[in-house]
Design a binder for this molecule. Sequence first.
Ligand code: IFL
Length: 456
Amino acid sequence: MRPVTGPGRRGVLGGLLALAAPVRAARRTDWHPLAADVRAEMAWAWDQYRARAWGKDEIKPVSGGSSTFPLKGQHLGLTLIEALDTLWVMGLDDRFADGVAWVRDHADFALDGEVSVFETSIRLVGGLLSAHHACGDPMLLARARDLADRLLPAFATPTGMPYRFVNLLTGAVRDPATNPAEVGTFLPEWGTLSRLTGDPRYHDAAMKAVRACYARRSRLDLLAVKIDCRTGEWLDRRATIGSYADSFYEYLWDGWQLYGDRECKAMFDTCIAAILRHQRDRRDGRLWFADVDFETGAILNTRQDELASFFGGLLAQGGHARDGIAYTDSWAAVQARYGVLPEEWDYAAAAPTQLGNALRPELADAAFTLWLLDRDERWRHLAADHFRAMRRWHRAAYGYTDLADVTTKRQADHCPGYWWSEQMKYYWLIFSDTPRFDYRRNYLSTEGNVLLGLVR
Ligand code: IFL
């Protein structure tokens, strides 16, 4: 692997796009009061978690209970670990120190139970690495390494693509029917681990898995959504930019941005060119990306995961600013209609097909990424709408919860770990102009973990 040399994935191209989309001076707003609101909400939610669910994976913000994830029935401190670099970048230093002390005294990954390799890596390995980036405590790096070592047995397959689940204590693996996202979303965390420990195994395992999946692309250069990690055979024909594929493309770009890896850039360019060619679909003046047959390009459906709403930022990063902005505008129009995006949207019917919202960060992610690129105030307005809608409808007695129905705003009772790592950080960074973050040279993972760009 190569050292970190290039600008962070969300920091590149800023000057170029600024020329294409100049900041509109007339809309200048003082965003700092909103940043203060975001920070106050984070501190309040953390204090609720501290009082009612300390060390548990996830708080139930309506009832005040807790739930486990990614292990069943045993807690790993998911929320706490996901929150750490957000607390630090907000300057909530006592709370950050309290969380680090919990990791030092209580985090234990030698538990007899199975976890999703993908989820554990992006959330917990990534969370520990970003906390280490914030404060430099070697204990955090040691914990990240211990956990990654427990995930490594999943990669011992004939193709190098990992099984979906592994037992943290025994290394027993389960479920070979995996997908591009769960195969190709490791490189930034695992490459960082290799750089910091001098042990190339993490980077090499991540890269081998990416190559194995990419090598099996169709003649149209499209990937399908389900693949057997033992044989490399596709188990489905559907190509999508949504869940089960999304972050595969994101991490190709990230491999280029973080490590200057030309192979990653070439793979990214090939995949994105194919997506633009075969999946781009315009309806009523709006840009969407259809699910298509990966070998013929025939449209299979016009449903769009909310998860795909991050994709506009990625397209712009990769040099497709016009498409990236148009796609983000499509989602912004849905947000304007419902206040909160539904989990799934049929763009041909212009109607939601899944009514819930799992407290999702993706549109705020796209707004932040686009803003880093062109500094256009409209992205801050979009992020502000996202934040204000969240505060209005997702706030509950003991924190922020997901919604069961975006049309009625009926609340469920679950706060996912990523809420602490993602949107709260995106809002803060886009509104605060904090000196703790390098706005020109940085890297945030798919989970919002800052692996480059914290300024101590
Ligand atoms: O874990 C989060 C991350 O952004 C991801 N997929 C979905 C989650 C947030 O919606 O890669």
